[in-house]
Design a protein around this ligand. Structure first.
Ligand code: CA
Length: 313
């Protein structure tokens, strides 16, 4: 190829600017012993979703959308071009067995946590059912876990009606003894998006619930700070679970469960940025994007920005 002046490898950008670095250029495939600032792992599973979902395509979409951002933050006057995102690739899912898929997510998350390639790990979902497996793996690697969940829904549904779906991850964690209810803080829960029985279950089990009304009445930094102060003395590590349907439907057309009355992207972005400054916040997932429903990757782009936000501290 070197003799051809005007031919480039397929798939590469048409236009290159010598002064511009794209966030996607920070992605570095994992090799043994590699160290970086953030590690990512794709969990492309959407079969347990109770509604139609192509969330299995989301890890690729989030990586691709890193091409939509440069590495320069004008407001913080920082450039993250020197940072590295270690990319562990995607977990190979079993074609039919959801139980086996969840087992592989658990095992793979544990393996990459033990590899200690970076101080912060991001799991790219997938639907929300993956979180039971990832949190179990983090708990077994790092100790008692607390969770800050940004979500429109409690995800505390009973398992009798459908098994380990994307409506049950936090209930399963509590029932299986991996998580104490008092170590779960939910932010962004919406009206007419949950049954009363699940709010009752949350309160009975000591879960802290901040609704969208709370989000609208308080700066998000205050809610995150309060959550961190509550968890810090009680847990060894804090896990951030970001369900993109916490966003209003105007911003997140790619979520299977869209709805009005949700959060705006600046608030979500600020929430993640505030949380990851805390040294005990060491892992995060981003779930519930179906790129086949999305419009111009709007939802995946916001998710990619959240990944970038974890690099500017
Ligand atoms: Ca959820």
């Amino acid at each position: 190829m070197s003799n051809f002046q005007h031919i480039k490898p397929a798939g590469k950008a048409q236009f290159m600017d010598r002064y511009t670095t794209k966030a996607a250029e920070l992605l570095t495939p994992y090799t043994d012993g590699a160290k970086g600032d953030v590690a990512i792992l794709g969990a492309p599973l959407s079969k347990p979703s109770i509604s139609h979902s192509g969330a299995s395509f989301a890890p690729d979409a989030m990586r691709r959308c890193l091409n939509s951002f440069t590495t320069y933050n004008i407001e913080e006057e920082t450039d993250i071009s020197g940072k590295t995102i270690i990319d562990f690739g995607d977990i190979a899912m079993h074609p039919t067995s959801i139980e086996e898929c969840h087992q592989r997510i658990y095992q793979s998350t544990k393996e990459i946590a033990q590899a200690e390639a970076a101080p912060f790990t991001i799991i790219l979902g997938g639907d929300h059912s993956i979180t039971t497996s990832t949190v179990k793996a983090i708990k077994e690697t790092k100790g008692t876990v607390g969770i800050i969940q940004l979500d429109a829904h409690h995800d505390l549904r009973n398992t009798e009606d459908g098994g380990p779906t994307n409506g049950t991850p936090f209930r399963r964690l509590i029932q299986e003894g991996h998580l104490k209810g008092e170590h779960l803080i939910q932010i962004g829960i919406r009206n007419y998006a949950n049954a009363k029985a699940y709010h009752d279950y949350a309160i009975e089990n000591g879960v802290t619930v901040y609704t969208m009304k709370d989000v609208k009445q308080h700066p998000i930094q205050e809610l995150i700070e309060s959550a961190l102060n509550q968890l810090d003395p009680k847990v060894d590590t804090i896990y951030l679970s970001v369900d993109m349907d916490v966003l209003d439907q105007a911003y997140a057309p790619g979520c299977p469960a869209i709805g009005p009355g949700g959060m705006d992207p600046d608030t979500l972005s600020e929430a993640v940025q505030s949380a990851v400054r805390h040294p005990k916040v060491q892992a995060m997932d981003i779930v519930e994007i179906d790129p086949t429903l999305d419009i111009r990757d709007m939802t995946s782009r916001i998710a990619s920005l959240l990944i970038i936000n974890t690099l500017i501290n």
